[in-house]
Ligand binder design. Structure first.
Ligand SMILES: [Zn+2]
Ligand SMILES: [Zn+2]
Ligand SMILES: [Zn+2]
Ligand SMILES: [Zn+2]
Length: 213
């Protein structure tokens, strides 16, 4: 389905890294970053979290243990999901659902997996995994470490680069095939770097997250 390699960007060193190597890369890169920032303040407990949808869409974040699930919810909505304020829910494997006010310290542990659903009608399902837990310095409630680069996806009809996704039948269309497509033209949505592309008029991430990347 993809014409491009599955690579992403590490936002600490700005290198392009493959999806297979990114987890190990972050181990080293976060350590280096921690050494630079390890002067003053008392270190806090930090979780490194991977969130993904299939193999195509993935990102890694860091959160201090005193942050609530709400920060993760807000972040995921802004970067990947928000179309019209649907409900969402976290479900931690083996221990169930949690209120978003709960701090992650009480929920997360290294190795734990969770799922996250946005919109209970046309649901976008994400998977999460707690990759690591360590002490360090973090001046935010959530920090984006790395994210997959925009994938180049094939047109379902002719295999050239697709530009749009049909929100009725989910076929990917290049500019030419888009003209001949049988479904309503209004249903054509842009291909964006998100597992929610093509669903419920989703147009891409909110401006504010683009600036911080
Ligand atoms: Zn790096
Ligand atoms: Zn919506
Ligand atoms: Zn085409
Ligand atoms: Zn269609």
């Amino acid at each position: 389905m993809a014409l491009s390699k599955n690579v992403g960007t590490c936002f600490l060193c700005h290198k392009i890294i493959s999806n297979i190597k990114i987890a190990r890369h972050l181990n080293d890169c976060v350590k280096k970053d921690a050494e630079i920032n390890s002067k003053e303040n008392k270190p806090t407990k930090i979780f490194r979290i991977k969130i993904f949808s299939n193999k195509t869409f993935w990102l890694y974040v860091e959160m201090p243990s005193d942050a609530s699930l709400q920060y993760l919810d807000d972040f995921l909505r802004a970067i990947w999901l928000e179309c019209c304020g649907h409900l969402s829910e976290f479900n931690v494997l083996g221990s169930g659902r949690y209120s978003k006010n709960e701090t992650i310290e009480h929920i997360f542990k290294k190795g734990i997996a969770f799922s996250y659903e946005y919109d209970f009608g046309s649901t976008t399902l994400l998977q999460g995994e707690i990759i690591d837990c360590y002490y360090g310095h973090l001046d935010k409630k959530i920090r984006l470490l790395a994210r997959n680069n925009m994938p180049v996806l094939k047109c379902t009809t002719c295999s050239s680069r697709s530009k749009y996704i049909c929100s009725s039948c989910y076929r990917l269309c290049c500019s030419q095939c888009c003209q001949q497509h049988k479904c309503a033209k209004e249903g054509m949505l842009p291909i964006v770097n998100s597992p929610r592309m093509g669903i419920c008029k989703y147009m891409g991430e909110l401006e504010e997250t683009r600036e911080t990347n």
